[in-house]
Design a protein around this ligand. Structure first.
Ligand SMILES: [Zn+2]
Ligand SMILES: [Zn+2]
Length: 744
């Protein structure tokens, strides 16, 4: 990211002679200087380093004297073993944006403009260190003018590995009706076809995106049908941030998030009186929030500026499988969905979906929903005490990632999908293989989830056996807890920390399904101190898919069952009642299932078409209430500060009673959320803690997080995830933290 040119310019400025190079273990600078001037140099390196760079460590030492006559940049040698951090892909920078739009510039309207400050990195790297020959740019030869920029240390494109221009261009091609048209340049045609209601697949940074006109309900319906995705919301690419501001509620932190170098998808509340005629019911059925990103590549920028409307921009895949990133596969598979495919000949080495973030509305708490393009894979936290061992942790099943500790650097893979599908397994294996090619790690130990049947557990054990090294099983929710402790540097804490770990499912130490857990961490020991009252876990995978079954299981034993009985046929009801009477099933303390049960009872959502749909709609209902009413008035189901004997049954009984009293469903949804925040604060008081940390997929719920902050911020120190997602993406990192810090 232009670090060596920065050093070069600084050295010229201070009239220092010597050299700078970039090796696999970092940047080295040798120079002749008096001590005083050397200290000034170091200070200025720290203070003035380029915006996108992160200095993790900086040392200065006296070395044997050599006399230099000028200052030079020496180029990389890849002899040493790579231990470098991997740079993520960057969105187009403002300088490039300006050039792209300036008619006088040689790169005017050139769809692949980049510089040292922007463009793809991680997605095109084949081996380390990062150099043109080690990326997929190696097949493009620079024209004399680009080469001149590349060779000039004072140019913004000095040593810019992705450098190209219309004279030495990366080429577009168009696939339509079975024919591939090479050297395609008529971008107006894409605009025309968007307007004609066509679905167009476009190759971006991490893979292909499926796009279409976001104001045309018919084409979105068609896309849903072809993609076999009935209700899961689609993200949008917006043409203009000012027009976006007319359509959604957007605070400054969200605006910055949309425009920064990471260019994630940001979830935003839509305004009741939005300006753009978005086909909102087709984009995000039953929700008041949409995911939006700004055109982060020059190609998207050109297209969206011409189109002057937002488009759908969803990962190019069939149903929920891995994003397509290879041209051949795009033509084979995506042509079943897309009418037109816009390809280019810059290869993608490793696929990534777009990252997703959201902020809570009042307290601006950032929540990462998906960590991928722009955010993965390096993770920097200089306060962690890392071991010299080489460790692989393989994560969980849903929202899988793996973490590699190699030469004291932590790499956390991008989101790799749900490895209950074959394609996701292949993608997981390929990404791990890619890491092996980058780092050649010699593993000492493999860490896996306790669940023996997860792909990641089986595969991790296989790797351990093949390498003749040990594997260690780590409980799912403890891994969650250690992940949030690690991110917040609480692993050395002698003071008690309460961990509230809430998610859908994970195998517990007692063989039951956990998910509503409270742990206490102190002096490197963890203890499960409380959990949601257990209910019977029946019908296996059917339970998370049908929220009405959670309602049935959680409400078994309560007197008023009419609302629940109505959700089943007589035959179903009789069979399920018998199942419950058997009482031989696993027990579950999953709060995810409690959300499902409440969504089923309150909103009548009895089946869901994607993971988390019921919970999202319950959150959405709560939001609808909070939008209209004073949030400072806390309605909660507890009258006194005393926990009922069975919290889950108490909640369900009270909710059914509220429904019978005729309270509106939005109010009940809000009251449920407030009660959960109240519940947490009561457990925290009971445990006598000051510090409370949160992890688990349930904390993707913006309103639950908001209420916890509003309810507890004055009395407690609250810790949330910062750079990682609270969902199972953080498990692999948590497994590593557990291994490094567990006192037993
Ligand atoms: Zn740039
Ligand atoms: Zn050129």
């Amino acid at each position: 990211m232009g670090f060596r040119p920065f050093i070069y310019k600084l050295a010229l400025d201070l009239n220092l002679k010597g050299w700078v190079n970039n090796t696999s273990n970092g940047v080295h600078i040798h120079f002749n200087s008096e001590k005083e001037l050397a200290n000034i140099f170091v200070k200025r390196i720290e203070e003035e380093s380029p915006e996108r760079s992160v200095i993790t460590q900086l040392d200065i030492d006296e070395v044997p004297f050599e006399n230099y006559s000028e200052f030079n940049i020496i180029h990389s040698s890849s002899e040493e073993e790579a231990s470098l951090l991997l740079t993520p892909d960057f969105a187009m920078c403002n300088d490039c944006k300006e050039e792209l739009l300036s008619e006088k510039n040689k790169r005017f309207q050139y769809p692949f403009i980049t510089c040292t400050n922007c463009g793809p990195r991680y997605s095109i790297i084949k081996s380390l260190p990062y150099d043109r020959e080690t990326t997929t740019m190696d097949s493009f030869k620079m024209c004399p003018s680009c080469q001149k920029e590349y060779d000039n240390p004072l140019d913004r494109r000095y040593y810019s590995q992705t450098n190209s221009c219309p004279d030495c261009a990366i080429e577009l091609s168009l696939f339509e009706n079975g024919t591939l048209q090479k050297n395609f340049s008529n971008l107006d045609y894409i605009i025309e076809q968007w307007n004609n209601g066509k679905i167009i697949a476009i190759k971006g940074i991490g893979g292909y995106l499926l796009t279409c006109d976001a104001t045309n309900p018919e084409v979105i319906k068609r896309l849903r049908k072809l993609k076999n995705r009935p209700t899961k919301p689609f993200a949008l690419l917006y043409h203009d941030i000012y027009e976006l501001a007319e359509d959604v509620e957007m605070d400054i932190c969200e605006k910055l998030e949309l425009e920064n170098t990471k260019a994630s998808i940001v979830l935003l509340n839509i305004k009741q009186d939005m300006m753009t005629p978005l086909a909102i019911r087709e984009i995000a059925p039953n929700l008041n929030q949409i995911g939006v990103m700004m055109p982060y590549t020059p190609l998207y920028k050109i297209l969206l500026s011409k189109f002057k409307k937002p488009t759908i921009a969803t990962s190019g895949n069939v149903s929920n499988s891995t994003i397509v990133y290879e041209d051949k596969k795009a033509i084979e598979e995506l042509s079943k969905i897309a009418d037109i495919i816009l390809l280019n000949n810059r290869e993608i080495v490793i696929p990534q979906d777009d990252s997703v973030v959201r902020y809570s509305t009042i307290k601006f708490q950032k929540i990462i929903i998906r960590r991928s393009r722009g955010l993965a894979p390096s993770y920097i936290n200089s306060k962690l005490k890392l071991s010299n061992k080489t460790i692989l942790s393989t994560g969980a099943m849903l929202k899988s990632t793996f973490t590699l500790l190699n030469k004291q650097n932590i790499y956390i893979s991008q989101y790799l999908g749900n490895t209950d599908s074959y394609e996701a397994e292949v993608n997981y294996k390929n990404t791990l293989l890619h890491f092996n090619q980058l780092f050649h790690p010699k593993l000492d130990v493999v860490l896996v989830d306790k669940h023996p049947n997860y792909f990641a557990s089986v595969y991790g054990k296989e790797i351990a056996e093949n390498n003749n090294i040990p594997f260690i099983e780590i409980q799912h929710h403890k891994a969650h807890f250690y992940a949030v402790l690690g991110e917040n540097n609480l692993l050395e804490s002698a003071e008690k920390v309460l961990g509230v770990i809430w998610d859908g499912t994970g195998l517990g130490d007692d063989g039951n399904i956990w998910g509503g857990e409270f742990f206490v961490y102190q002096n490197k020991k963890v203890e499960r101190v409380h959990h949601l009252n257990e209910f019977q876990f029946i019908l296996g995978d059917k339970m998370p898919k049908e929220p009405r079954i959670s309602a049935l299981a959680i409400a078994s034993g309560i007197s008023e069952t009419t609302i629940i009985k109505d959700k089943f046929s007589n035959t179903e009801w009789n069979i399920y009642q018998k199942l419950l009477q058997n009482n031989t099933h696993l027990k579950s303390s999953s709060i995810g299932r409690l959300f499902d049960a409440v969504a089923s009872i309150v909103l009548g959502i009895d089946k869901q078409s994607y993971e988390g749909e019921a919970a999202m709609r319950l959150e959405n209902a709560a939001y609808t209430y909070f939008r209209k009413n004073n949030i400072t008035k806390f309605y909660t189901y507890f009258k006194e500060d005393k926990l009922p004997a069975n919290f889950t049954i108490f909640i369900v009984e009270n909710i059914i009673s509220d429904i019978k009293k005729g309270f509106e469903k939005e109010f009940i949804a809000a009251k449920f959320h407030i009660t959960l925040a109240h519940y947490i604060s009561m457990i925290a008081k009971e445990q006598g803690v000051k510090k409370v940390a949160f992890s688990g997929g349930v904390f993707q719920n913006q309103w639950l997080v908001e209420l916890i902050l509003l309810f507890m911020d004055d009395d407690f120190e609250l810790y949330f995830h910062k750079e990682l997602s609270p969902n199972d993406e953080c498990i692999s990192f948590g497994q590593l933290m557990y291994y490094l810090y567990d006192g037993d």
